[in-house]
Structure formats: structure tokens, C-alpha cells
Ligand binder design. Sequence first.
Ligand code: ATP
Ligand code: MG
Length: 249
Amino acid sequence: MLELKNITFKVDNLDGKGEITILDNVSFKIEKGKILIITGPNGGGKSTLAKIIMGIEKPTSGQILFDGQDVTNLSITERARLGIGYAFQQPPRFKGVTVKKLLNLASGNKLNDDACCEYLTNVGLCSKEYLKRDVDASLSGGELKRIEIASLMARNPKLAIYDEPEAGIDLWSFSMLVDSFQKFKENKDQTVVIISHQERIIDLADELMIIADGKVQNKGTKEEIMPMIQSGTTNCGCPIKEVALTHER
Ligand SMILES: Nc1ncnc2c1ncn2[C@@H]1O[C@H](COP(=O)(O)OP(=O)(O)OP(=O)(O)O)[C@@H](O)[C@H]1O
Ligand SMILES: [Mg+2]
């Protein structure tokens, strides 16, 4: 359903001399209904890869196929219409848009308060009082993050990409989130990509991929890849502690 072929992304060096390669010849496929978890060290290129799939960044070279269609040159809006959705690692704030309005816009339906609350409950925000709040600077980082995740759940796209959903989220809400993510396993119509460092989220994986230094270092089932991460035999070329996962939650 999604295939990336030889995606390279380069940016100009700030001193104007030469280029930096952020993603280097990245190729992989995801089949419909599967859950792909992407992990790897900070700065490895995971969020850039997600933004390239969503159309927020344009690759320097390479091709992106979605349901067999070449979407490489399509805009964010066109890709969203086709069914690609992305929940940012650091979500944007929207002054003047209430949480209820955001959930309505995301779902494309008129949702009543109870339906909105159900989406918020999935991410551990169970109070109706949030519905009237603006998605602005008055929300805490963790609240904003959870509302972003709830709005991607409400959108329910064919391909949903969650970028570090655990970031900034307290323990209790994290448990709620993992419970909600469990439902992805039963939904064979939705393909899910989750960028994460959390073992409990990695447990959901049909496939696990390590991105480091802008390259796909390993991809396989979690049974194949987890032992490599745990034993330090991954071939990513970076110190193993950098791909160490968080398990204290
Ligand atoms: N537009 C840009 N200009 C310059 N450097 C960039 C640009 N976009 C990304 N980078 C750099 O590319 C590298 C990869 O960034 P990216 O955000 O994709 O990493 P990541 O794997 O998501 O890391 P993290 O785990 O910290 O979220 C980083 O070193 C980042 O600073
Ligand atoms: Mg990132």
C-alpha cells in the first residue's frame, strides 16, 4: 500500500558550501493493514521520513507510491485526500480553533460532544471541558500532543503516521494510549506507522525498522529485530545505547 523507492533528502549547508544528506537512499514497503514501528537514535531521520511521506518535505530524489499511485509530486492536501494522515512529533497550535472543531474537521463529520469525548478518552483526556478550549498556547505540551493524536484517530485515514506518540505524555495517559493503539491490530483496513522508542508500543509491531544516519539499518519482524537491538549486534554503526529503548513505563 505504501512503497518508498530510493528516497534521498538533502539540504543546503548553512555556510552555503555543499549539502547535508538527511535521508540516504531509503527504500521499503508496507502492506495494507500492517503496523510498522520505526525506531532509532535521535537525529537519525525518522521525522523527516514521516514528513516526506506526508508531503511536508519534498525528496531530492526517489519515488513514493501509495496504493500503486505515484504521489511523489502531490501536495499535502492531495495526499490527505487520498488517505494519508500524520500526527506531528511537535504538534502545531491553532489559535481560534476549539478542540471540538478540530475533531470535527479531522473526522469530516459533525460529531456530538459524546463522540468527541470518546476520542479524547482514548488518549486519557476524559473531560468535556476540553471541547471548548482553543488549540492554542494555553494547552500544556502533553494535552496538545494527546489532542493531536485524538484528531488523527478521528480522521481515521487509510495510512496513519504517529510520530513519537509517547513524547511528553504522563504514565497514566500513556497506558490509555497503548490500550487504544491495541485496536489498530484488529483494524485490517488501516495501515499504521508509529515512530517510537517505547517497548510497549514496539510490541504492537508487525514489522520493526531501524533508521540511523539517514539510512534503513534493519527491517524485519520484531522477533528478528528486537534481539539485535537488545544484544547490541545491530549493524546501524552507532553506539547501541543510542538505540536503546525506554521500558520504564
Ligand atoms: N530542513 C532541515 N535543515 C537542516 N537540517 C535538518 C532539516 N531537517 C532535518 N534536519 C536534520 O536532519 C536530522 C534528522 O532529523 P529528524 O527530525 O528526522 O530526526 P529524528 O530521527 O526524528 O530524531 P528524534 O528521535 O530526535 O525525533 C537531524 O540532524 C536534523 O537536525
Ligand atoms: Mg523525530
